[in-house]
Design a protein around this ligand. Structure first.
Ligand code: HEC
Ligand code: HEC
Ligand code: HEC
Ligand code: HEC
Length: 450
């Protein structure tokens, strides 16, 4: 729901966005949504009120003070004769609402799996987990009856399904940049099968190369004066070969038995689908997003109205900045060049998209004092919404630093001509510019000399 923890009560851009996300999930007919630690930061009521009773929030380890689960601990669905249970575990959070506890998975899982009936042969258990990848792997060792863990470890991106013990573990990149599609073909028993034949092929490959090494050594030993030199290696390889042959025999037997008993294991196929901007929008959802844009505008309009401007926030935002127009007086060539670049139109771009009162967009599409780390973060939002018109573009001072003193005494207060790559990267992040190459892009915006 959120990119950062939100502490504010009352309406805010983050809360409006979160409730729209919930509406969209409902429209998309999600069966289950695991509660993540950041989701809690807006308070339990936000999730309950906006999601409504019918919203499929799942968490087995978020408990109230009486030890009762706050959300549904799991849901059941059927596919043929397979019973699918979807449960969720919430990772630890730094700040959580006062009235709840996030219980350890070790405490919750045994009872939960019993309630679900994990021992029944036809139960396929899916765990949505916001625990770390290490914890997920520990779960696969202790609870092989869990067939699938869909993780959300923030240190992992798209990770293809991997088998740990009898559990498949996978996850997609955070914040919906990809859709993970995992198709499961249920067999007659809840065991993952696909890997067995592949494993056999791998072992047979290894055996082939071992045999080759052995033959080579044996040949050398036959022709050498000091045969002892090779005997240790030959014995080692021979032992390795015996071990491999045993493994292969066991595996072949298992595969043959499977085929005899007609017991077919579960199989899967998967892919990740990149969600590109160019993809067509669903109309209903597009309407919800337009409504959100409208709501954010309404919310911020009051804060941004000139009549209510507070002098402090404006001063704060602009204390060291002069705006770009005044630079024109002495640096007309550079000004004329800058006017041709996209930086001069960055705010207009937001206006065209109806996003100029949106706090998610403003920081990179206006001029801020990037060189001043002391701007009070609490005033930041208000300051952004109330920037004076002269700062509504990615102006000169974004790159050259604050210029208020320079315009009064240029020789005494010098400006930096060079611009470091880090400065560009505050805005040209991976999320907003996926092909930023400093040298190439620098050329495009470097002001002319003179
Ligand atoms: C009143 C005239 C004047 C104004 C207004 C002015 N500058 Fe300058 N600027 C100068 C002069 C003169 C120099 C050369 C100073 C020196 O080298 O000692 C200079 C130098 C610079 C340099 C350094 C160039 C170099 O090669 O080192 C940059 C960058 C710069 N100005 C940016 C700006 C920006 C941005 C603004 C608007 C905020 C601005 N200036 C406004 C007169 C002005
Ligand atoms: C304050 C944020 C910010 C900083 C800092 C910044 N940019 Fe940009 N840049 C933008 C935005 C926003 C756009 C897109 C503007 C638009 O199209 O509305 C952009 C566009 C560009 C473009 C496309 C220009 C064109 O005319 O087609 C280039 C190239 C570029 N930036 C290079 C750089 C380089 C190099 C740096 C560092 C020296 C830098 N930018 C620093 C925000 C920034
Ligand atoms: C972290 C900084 C950052 C934020 C936040 C940001 N942008 Fe940008 N935006 C950029 C940069 C950098 C570019 C230029 C990218 C390039 O040159 O390829 C850009 C380009 C654009 C463009 C023109 C290119 C395009 O892709 O069509 C639009 C439109 C745009 N941004 C809209 C938005 C909107 C709407 C938001 C808020 C939802 C937003 N931006 C938030 C940095 C940002
Ligand atoms: C996106 C970053 C960026 C913006 C915005 C920008 N500049 Fe520059 N500017 C540069 C770079 C890069 C150079 C070249 C530095 C070098 O030569 O290494 C430069 C060079 C200059 C120079 C020195 C030219 C010389 O004589 O060598 C001046 C003066 C200047 N800019 C003024 C301005 C003014 C005025 C504006 C606004 C109208 C502006 N710049 C906007 C990045 C920027």
């Amino acid at each position: 729901m959120f990119k950062h923890p939100v502490n504010t009560n009352g309406p805010s851009q983050e809360r409006l966005t979160a409730s729209t996300i919930m509406q969209i999930y409902k429209k998309m007919h999600y069966d289950a949504v695991g509660v993540g630690p950041l989701d809690l930061s807006g308070g339990i009521d936000l999730l309950r009120t906006n999601g409504g009773k019918s919203f499929p929030w799942i968490s087995a380890n978020i408990l109230d003070k009486q030890g009762e689960p706050v959300f549904r601990p799991y849901i059941s669905k059927h596919s043929g004769n397979v019973e699918i249970a979807i449960t969720a575990l919430t990772g630890k959070a730094n700040t959580i609402p006062q009235d709840i506890v996030i219980e350890d998975w070790q405490t919750v899982l045994p009872g939960l799996l019993q309630t679900i009936g994990s021992n029944r042969e036809n139960t396929f258990i899916i765990l949505l987990s916001t625990l770390t990848n290490t914890e997920n792997q520990a779960i696969t060792r202790k609870y092989p009856n869990i067939s699938l863990i869909i993780g959300a470890d923030s240190h992992q991106h798209n990770s293809s399904p991997k088998l740990y013990n009898n559990t498949l573990v996978t996850q997609t990149e955070k914040q919906g940049k990809f859709q993970g599609v995992l198709e499961i073909f249920f067999g007659t028993e809840r065991k993952w099968g696909q890997e067995r034949k592949k494993e056999l092929a791998d072992l047979q490959n290894n055996l082939g190369s071992l045999n080759w090494q052995l033959r080579r050594l044996q040949k050398r030993a036959a022709n050498a004066d000091k045969k002892d030199r090779y005997s240790i290696s030959i014995t080692r390889l021979q032992a390795e070969k015996n071990g491999l042959e045993k493994k292969i025999a066991t595996l072949q037997e298992a595969i043959a038995n499977e085929e005899l008993s007609k017991s077919e294991p579960d199989r899967f196929e998967y892919r990740f689908v990149a969600l590109k901007k160019s993809m067509a929008n669903d109309h209903e959802i597009e309407d919800l997003l337009k409504k959100l844009t409208q709501q954010i505008r309404e919310l911020h309009k009051k804060k941004a109205t000139p009549g209510k401007r507070s002098a402090t926030t404006q001063q704060q935002a602009a204390t060291r900045l002069a705006g770009s127009v005044v630079c024109n007086e002495c640096h007309a060539r550079q000004f004329a060049f800058w006017e041709q670049t996209a930086h001069s139109r960055a705010y207009d771009t937001l206006v065209q998209k109806d996003k100029n009162l949106n706090l998610d967009c403003l920081p990179c599409h206006v001029t801020q004092d990037l060189y001043n780390s002391k701007v009070n973060p609490e005033l930041q939002d208000k300051a952004l919404l109330r920037l004076p018109a002269i700062l509504l573009s990615v102006g000169c001072e974004t790159c050259h630093g604050p210029g208020k003193k320079h315009i009064t005494a240029p020789e005494q207060f010098q400006m930096a001509a060079r611009v470091k790559e880090e400065t560009c990267l505050t805005c040209h992040t991976d999320d907003h510019d996926d092909n930023f190459i400093y040298e190439t892009k620098l050329q495009k915006i470097s002001c002319p000399a003179g």
